[in-house]
Design a protein around this ligand. Structure first.
Ligand SMILES: Nc1nc2c(ncn2[C@@H]2O[C@H](COP(=O)(O)OP(=O)(O)OP(=O)(O)O)[C@@H](O)[C@H]2O)c(=O)[nH]1
Length: 557
């Protein structure tokens, strides 16, 4: 997996700081002109409000770009303007006071004292998690084995899980490919392969997952695997679905699940600075400057924390927090205000409207990273416990139904299509009865894994019941949804499960309904369930659309 390019991020941060300094002169000139235009007899309230907003922005951004004294000065001046605005309209501010105020504005131009460069070391010390992880890119795997059957079978099975597979039969081939090609995300090495690990210098720069396959699990094989730095030793024959799950879990642990943070701020330079600071700490941050798009963006990006400015142009942060809390599925999402507001009463008022914390700008980079990562970590832990099924990592029954309500509301508002699919493993009872419950669990996990691999990131997948799954597919008509689910059906049927010396396969049936039928959530579920029932009745191993009458055929034909 590629590493975060810290140098590029630091260069970009320095560029932002320079750009900020360049626009600062213009901003201070504009402030000075506005201040000098104030006259005692007729204080222009519109001009005062504009002065207050500009000073507020300056107090928030100065410190971030290395000018903390500028922040302090702007904050003091902002307080004075606020007092004038809140006073009786008849109040006359003496001319000397206005002159002195304008001089104080001009004096800000003299503030050039710079803080020591911001805490990039602190940023570096934070857990470095790779941000490109959740991009949904296909993972690559090399299979190194002298056994052509193992290479072929395992390779084909991993392709079903959307891995790019390269099959190699000797250490020399691997050495040649390692020089010529990018190293893979995962490497599966057959313990029977002679000479691997001794000469393969490229192993030192391999940072992916290394799995050793062995026919016999004993101390010697495990010891040589440990010397090689293997992450896991598995006994062959191995279930490809188990292997794919293990590799995925290890890649995830290795940091391919960066925290997702949404920054809502209309000061774009400042927001970009925060984004880069969080990226340097290994998080994935996105900036939203158009508050009206907040619901769509939260639904699409699924942040694990929102950094919310209190005063956005035309909107109040607390109103946005309230809107987010209207959606059941986002009730626990951490919202942290990031604002130049120092008035405690206002901070408390803002906090009472659905947020979790209040950070006062300017905030140090290290503090920002610390607060965000601690809260995002806790949220992820809690969300996993509350919403995710422990066997499959999919949504539990309740949360997937909540997700359907939310997706339907959005689809209606955007006049977009939406489909649901109800999926059930065929004759699952027989699997349990014949091969045992543990093997049944493996089959359930394999299907969950396949669904996660094959469907879009925006699709929601839940374990609806024991061996029944519910998939919500936004922006998909039923015919499109059917194609996707049918692809999963074919791949699932091709998976081979190993039990002792036996090999068995399973199939699934599915029913698909879309919003065109009836857009009440319960009606969609009933329609999909009826289609699933029709698929079972018509011989299983098929996907049926709601309202469709499938041709019946013999099972297994
Ligand atoms: N291993 C395992 N089995 C489960 C789990 N949850 C439910 N089951 C079993 O899944 C089986 C479901 O069987 P049925 O609903 O009768 O139907 P089926 O055998 O799948 O047959 P059809 O749906 O008609 O194709 C039951 O035997 C349950 O005990 C689970 O978490 N793990």
């Amino acid at each position: 997996m590629s590493q975060i390019d810290r140098e590029a991020i630091e260069r970009e941060l320095a560029r932002l700081k320079q750009a900020y300094r360049q626009t600062l002169d213009d901003e201070l000139n504009a402030l000075s002109t506005q201040a000098r235009a104030l006259v005692p007899e007729a204080l222009d309230r519109v001009a005062l409000a504009s002065l207050r907003d500009r000073l507020h922005r300056l107090s928030g951004s100065g410190g971030t770009f290395g000018l903390p004294q500028l922040s302090d000065a702007a904050r003091r001046l902002e307080t004075r303007v606020k007092a004038w605005l809140e006073a009786d309209t008849q109040t006359v501010v003496p001319m000397e006071t206005l002159t002195e105020f304008a001089a104080a504005i001009d004096a800000m131009a003299d503030i050039t004292a710079e803080q020591p460069a911001s805490s990039s070391a602190a940023m570096r010390s934070q857990a470095a998690r790779s941000p490109e992880a959740a991009t949904g890119q296909r993972r690559s795997v090399w299979i190194l084995s002298p056994d052509p059957v193992l290479r072929e079978d395992l390779g084909n099975a991993l392709q079903q899980f959307d891995y790019r597979v390269k099959r190699l039969d000797s250490p020399a081939d691997a050495d040649a490919d390692a020089d010529a090609d990018n190293l893979p995300d995962a490497l599966i090495v057959d313990a029977e392969l002679d000479g691997f690990g001794d000469e393969s210098r490229w192993l030192a720069r391999f940072s992916g997952v290394l799995v050793v396959l062995t026919g016999t699990m004993n101390f010697e094989t495990c010891l040589s695997a440990a010397w090689m730095g293997a992450d896991a030793v598995l006994q062959h024959p191995v279930d490809a679905s188990e292997l794919a799950s293990r590799i995925d879990a290890m890649l995830r642990e290795r940091g391919d699940q960066a925290y997702r943070v949404l920054i809502v701020d209309d000061d774009l330079a400042l927001a970009e600075h925060y984004r880069l600071v969080l990226a340097a700490a290994g998080m994935r941050a996105e900036v939203l400057s158009e508050p009206t798009e907040i619901v769509e963006r939260v639904a699409g990006f699924r942040p694990e924390l929102i950094l919310l400015d209190v005063d956005l142009s035309g909107y109040a942060g607390p109103d946005l927090a309230t809107i987010i809390r209207y959606y059941d599925e986002w009730v626990g999402l951490p919202i942290v205000y990031l604002s130049a507001e120092t008035d405690h009463a206002r901070q408390i008022e803002a906090l009472s409207r659905g947020a979790d914390d209040f950070l006062v700008k300017p905030i140090s980079d290290a503090q920002l990273v610390a607060v965000v990562s601690v809260r995002a970590y806790r949220f992820r832990q809690l969300a996993e416990l509350m919403y995710l099924d422990s066997l499959t990592g999919l949504y539990k029954h309740g949360p997937i139904k909540d997700a359907l309500n939310a997706e339907l509301t959005r689809a209606r508002r955007k006049r977009d299509s939406l489909s649901v699919a109800m999926i059930d493993i065929d004759h699952f009872k027989r699997v349990n009865d014949t091969y045992g419950h543990a093997q049944g669990d493996r089959v359930i996990r394999a299907l969950a894994h396949l669904l996660k691999q094959r469907l879009r990131q925006s699709d929601r997948i839940g374990r609806y019941g024991g061996e029944e799954f519910l998939v919500i597919m936004p922006a998909s008509r039923a015919d499109e949804a059917r194609l996707a689910i049918d692809d999963v059906r074919r791949r699932f049927a091709a998976l081979q499960f190993h039990h002792d010396s036996q090999v068995f396969t399973c199939t699934l049936s599915a029913g698909v309904a879309d919003i065109a039928g009836d857009d009440a959530p319960q009606a969609m579920l009933v329609a999909a369930d009826a289609a699933l029932y029709a698929a079972k009745a018509a011989g299983r191993d098929r996907v049926v659309l709601a309202g469709e009458v499938p041709d019946a055929h013999e099972e297994g034909s």
